[in-house]
Design a protein around this ligand. Structure first.
Ligand SMILES: NC(=O)c1ccc[n+]([C@@H]2O[C@H](COP(=O)([O-])OP(=O)(O)OC[C@H]3O[C@@H](n4cnc5c(N)ncnc54)[C@H](OP(=O)(O)O)[C@@H]3O)[C@@H](O)[C@H]2O)c1
Length: 241
């Protein structure tokens, strides 16, 4: 898929991995909708970086935990840029939920942001992509391993893996749907650096990843016209260790 001049929506682009994805798409000459929920200043910074890289950018706010927010977000972006060609579902919330303490509210909140919103964003986006488009979901190594204290996170990302394959089949041939499943890229801000060191030591490639590793996989999946339904692991080999 030729990216120059096309329109992309990147969710959760006010910071960290989503911001790096948006900037990279700007470098391809795309018009990028920089979605954020609370990271308004970060989104403005991302907008400036997208434009400096050669793209057009627009910041758009939305709480994806809210009902109907996904379809409203897609329609606003398509109105603003006159269409939509690429959706990158990066926004997510990684919450620790030890078994035995999990509430129905925890389930609803985490699954709403991590699984429900990406699905309804894709469904709404596909309606604008009839002449061709591409969706990349960001899954997680957690979808393939059992992390006892993150069982809802893992379940929400396992749903992303299933939905990627299902939507790839449903939306072919007009829209390709793929996913990247990162391993350890950026630690949550509150985590101690010793955790990052331990994870690097126990990764076959002996180091943690960077946002650029995820960006590289996304760019490949956007440009690979014969690839759909693929889950690309970007985890230094942690899944097969
Ligand atoms: N970091 C890693 O090492 C790693 C590893 C595996 C997979 N991943 C996946 O890669 C993606 C990006 O990772 P990250 O670490 O950069 O993510 P992150 O910093 O934890 O969060 C990304 C963004 O999600 C947005 N978000 C959270 N709840 C939201 C809601 N209710 N409505 C709308 N937006 C919401 C936040 O927006 P605001 O800041 O604007 O509120 C945040 O900026 C995620 O899907 C993550 O699960 C990351």
């Amino acid at each position: 898929m030729e990216l120059r001049g096309k329109v992309a929506l990147v969710t959760g682009a006010g910071r960290r991995i989503g911001a790096a994805i948006a900037e990279s798409l700007g470098g391809e000459g795309m018009s990028v909708a920089v979605h954020y929920r609370t990271s308004r200043e970060g989104a403005e910074l991302t907008r400036a970086r997208v434009e400096a890289a050669g793209g057009r950018a627009w910041c758009v706010e939305g709480d994806l935990a809210q009902r109907d927010s996904a379809s409203q977000l897609v329609d606003r972006v398509a109105d603003r840029f006159g269409g939509l060609d690429v959706l990158i579902n990066s926004a997510a919330s990684m919450e620790r939920t030890p078994f035995g303490t999990i509430t129905v509210d925890d389930w609803d909140r985490i699954l709403a942001v991590n699984s429900r919103a990406p699905f309804f964003l894709a469904q709404a986006a596909a309606a604008h992509m009839r002449s061709g488009g591409a969706i990349v979901n960001i899954a997680d190594l957690a979808a393939f391993e059992i992390w006892p204290n993150y069982v809802l996170h893992g379940a929400s990302k396992a749903a992303i893996v299933y939905l990627t394959e299902a939507l790839a089949r449903i939306l072919a041939p007009a829209v390709r749907v793929n996913a990247v499943a990162p391993g350890v890229v950026l630690m949550p801000d509150a985590w101690d650096t010793s955790v990052a060191d331990r994870l690097a030591r126990t990764t076959p490639l002996k180091h943690n990843g960077t946002p650029d590793d995820v960006v590289g996989a996304i760019r490949y999946l956007l440009e690979a016209d014969y690839v759909t339904g693929e889950i690309m692991h970007v985890d230094g080999g942690r899944r097969i260790r």
